[in-house]
Structure formats: C-alpha cells, structure tokens
Design a protein. Sequence first.
Length: 340
Amino acid sequence: MKRLAFVLSVSFFLIAGARAQDIQYSQYYANPIYLNPASVGSTGMSRVGVNFRNQWPSLDQTFLAYTAYYDQYFDQINSGIGLIIQGSSESFTQTQLFEIGLAYSYRLQLSEKDFIQAGIQASFVSRDALFDRVILGTQLDIDRGVILGQPGEAFEGDSQIRSADAHAGLMYYGEKAWFGVAAAHLLQPEISYLVDNSNQLPIKYSLHGGYRFNLAPGDINDYFNNVDQERSVAIGFNYKHQGQFSQLDIGAEFFFEPLVLGVWYRGLPTKYELPNNESVVSLIGISFDSGLELGYSYDFPISKLGLNASGGAHEISVRYVFSSKDPRKRYFAPLPSFRY
C-alpha cells in the first residue's frame, strides 16, 4: 500500500510537470504551423495536413497528441493565412488539451529564390482534467503506510481552464538553406488547476534551420522512357527552451524520389548539465508527384526509461500540397520532411 501510494502521488506530480511543457513532435518539419507560424504559406500554394503521435504505448497511462492544419498563400497581398487545430490527451488524470488558432504571415522577397517571412498566431486554448483517481501528498500517512481518504477527494480546484494565447516567428529560406526563430505562449496562460496555486505556462523559444544538398539524379524506368530521379540530403536542427528545460533535435533526411529516409537524435549530452539522451528517431516516408506525402517515424528511447518499459513512440504525418499549373508558383521552401 505504501509503495502504491508513493507511485500514484509521484505520478501525479510528474504528469502535472510534464503538462507544463509543449508536445515534442519527432517529425517537427512535417508540422509547419506548430513549429513556426512564419511558415504559413511557405509553399506558395495551398496545403493541408494532419499529424498523430502515440507516446510510450507500453505504459499503463497513455499519451496521445494530434495536429490538423490548412494554409494558403495569396500572391496579391504577399501573405499566408492558416488554421491549426491541435490537442493531446493523457489517461491518468484524463487531461484533455485543445487549441484552435488562426495564423498570418507576410513574405518579403529578397531575391528570386530568397525570402523572409514573419508570422503571428492567435489561439483559444481549452484544458480539462478529471482528478478522481489522484492521490495528493497530503493524503499519505508515511508512518502507518496508509492513504487518508479516497482518491480525488482532497483535490480542490477548477478542472476546466479556458484562455487565450499567442505565438510569433520569423523565418528565412532560400533555394537550399533555411533558418527560423519562434516564440510560443507569449501570453503565458494559467495552467494550474489548484485554487491556491498560480502556475503560468512559460514561453517556449525555438531555433531551427538546416541545409539541403542536391545529389546527382538517378534514372527511373517507367517502361517507356527514363526520367530523372531527384536525390538530395537535408540536414536540420531544432533547439527548444521552455522554462527550466532545453532540448535539441538534430539529424538528416535522404530523399530518393519517391522515398524519404531519415534519422534524428534528440538530447543534450553535455558535461555541464545532467545528461539528456532521450531518443533516436527513424523515419520512412513517400512523396508522390500529385502532392500527397506520407510519413511514419518511431522513437527508440536511449534514456533510462528504456524501450521495453515505454514502448517508444509512434508518429504519423499526412500532407497534401495542391498543385499549381503556373510554374512561377511552384517554389517550395527547402525544409526537410518531404522538402516543404
């Protein structure tokens, strides 16, 4: 009983702390508006996509996250407009996060293939939780090894939080290189469910960029003639800092038309701080000429949590870019995760 109470109590506070941090998607460039609102309209056309993440499925308590978005670029006003819906759910406290946001970006053309985009996003956020299974530390009698009262009855607070939020970002991209900065949660909304406690969501700062190397094209035999097969390698990084936490994703994606293969490392293994080796991510995807792109990635944990205990993390991305018959509009930001 004593061991059970300890595990339940610690689990609650770990989950509460984790909820104060944003979701980390492995295919972050396949989730462009979530990464940086300045990426709205970066294809120069219309784009729609969805992302789904199932983290640590082997644990008793599941954590699911999803994103759906649409964006459109308007040549007449050099601007992009996008809509994003994102959320997550956690089964222990039955916590549900839902956010819907409207994003706008403005593009400044520096040269024929060099651009700077600035973007901003305004959002409505809903947080709901059910604490009927939560045991607080004040309910634990350590001397006798018993729980005082029933789970959930010691909780005093509001299980529903509604708030507004805002995000902003800046991005440069050219024919082969890209670089961006973003700041999320500029309004620092309240996230504490306890009546006697105030806890605002810290601003998340992110720095991301990369470079694409074009390789010698190959040949594809379509039974009638040979056509060039695009081949390239894109390297990229995404550094995030939120509150007391920092994280880095760095890796590469190989595009052998139509196949995409990627490998990423997530962690900050420095000798100045506690080692933070989280996972190695593998990716496989396919990019069709029609504009449809599919991706699947799996996180192999390299932390003490382990693969057997956690089950890693599964992530799926689906994206479609609407084609344009005007060749002047067929220019894409050279981001990895299927080049857009």
